[in-house]
Write a protein that binds this ligand. Structure first.
Ligand code: PEP
Length: 247
C-alpha cells in the first residue's frame, strides 16, 4: 500500500459559523478530489462542519485532545468527544501547543494513544526551531520527537506525521527542497525501522504552503501531502493546494 495523499487544513483559532461558507465553496469546487482532504476547525465548529460535510469526501478533525477520556479538566476536550461529534482526525503536538502549553513528547504520545483508542487518526507534528536548525540539531531533534511522540500502537491507518519547521509556520518562509527531502527521508527511515508498515505512513510537510509553491513541494520524495494553516482558510487557496496534490 502506498501512503495516502492528504491535504489537511488547520484553521487554528480562526473562524465562526459564518466561515462554514468556505466549506460549501470547497465542496462545490472539489466534489471528488483524488486525494484525502481534512479540515481541523476550532473545536466549537467541529460538529457543525462535520454535519455540513456529511456525505462528501471532506473529513473534519480537532486541533488537540486530552489524554484522558473524561474528568475534571476544565476547558479540555477528550478524543472520544471529538469522535462523538463527527471528527475523524486530531492534530497533536503542533508547535503552537508545544510552545504555548508546554506540551512534551510524552504528553503528545499519551494524547495519541487516547486518539487511537477513540478511533481517531492522530496527525502528530514534529519540527525544529530556527535556533535548532542553525545549531545543526534538526535531524537529531526530529528523530527524538518521533521516538518520543509516536506511540507503539501507531500504524499507517491511525497515524499521520507532519514535519513543520517552527520557523516556517505562518512566516512565508519555506525550507529548501533539499532540506525538506532530508527530513522526510529521515522520518521514512525511522518509521520503517520501528513499524512493520512504516513505509505506508503519510508524511505531510507544513509551513507556509500555498497554491504557488504546493506542486514543487509535493514533487519531493516522501512528501505525501501538506498540513496547511493560513492558506486553508479560504476555499480558493486550499482548493489550489488540493488540485496540486491530486494532480
Ligand atoms: C500550521 O500551523 O500548521 C501551518 C503550517 O501554518 P501556515 O501554513 O500558515 O504556515
Amino acid at each position: 500500500m502506498a501512503p495516502r495523499k492528504l491535504a489537511a487544513g488547520n484553521w487554528k483559532m480562526n473562524g465562526t459559523l459564518a466561515s462554514l461558507a468556505e466549506i460549501d465553496q470547497l465542496l462545490a469546487d472539489h466534489p471528488a478530489p483524488a486525494c484525502d482532504v481534512l479540515i481541523c476547525p476550532p473545536a466549537v465548529l467541529v460538529h457543525a462542519m462535520a454535519q455540513r460535510a456529511d456525505g462528501s469526501k471532506l473529513m473534519v478533525g480537532g486541533q488537540d485532545c486530552h489524554a484522558k477520556t473524561s474528568g475534571a479538566h476544565t476547558g479540555d476536550i477528550a478524543a472520544v468527544e471529538l469522535k462523538d461529534v463527527g471528527a475523524s482526525h486530531v492534530i497533536l503536538g503542533h508547535s503552537e501547543r508545544r510552545a504555548d502549553h508546554g506540551e512534551s513528547d510524552a504528553d503528545v504520545e499519551a494524547k495519541a494513544q487516547a486518539a487511537h483508542a477513540a478511533g481517531l487518526v492522530a496527525v502528530i507534528c514534529v519540527g525544529e526551531t530556527e535556533a535548532q536548525r542553525d545549531a545543526g540539531q534538526t535531524l537529531d531533534l526530529i528523530a527524538s520527537q518521533l521516538a518520543g511522540s509516536v506511540p507503539a500502537g501507531a500504524n499507517a491507518q491511525n497515524t499521520v506525521i507532519a514535519y513543520e519547521p517552527v520557523w516556517a509556520i505562518g512566516t512565508g518562509r519555506t525550507p529548501t527542497n533539499e532540506q525538506i527531502a532530508e527530513v522526510h527521508a529521515l522520518m521514512r527511515d525511522k518509521l520503517s525501522a520501528r513499524f512493520a508498515d512504516g513505509a505506508d505512513f503519510s508524511l505531510l510537510y507544513g509551513g507556509s504552503v500555498k497554491p504557488s509553491n504546493a506542486a514543487e513541494i509535493f514533487a519531493i520524495a516522501h512528501v505525501d501531502g501538506a498540513l496547511v494553516g493560513g492558506a486553508s482558510l479560504k476555499a480558493a487557496d486550499f482548493g489550489g493546494i488540493i488540485s496540486a496534490l491530486a494532480a
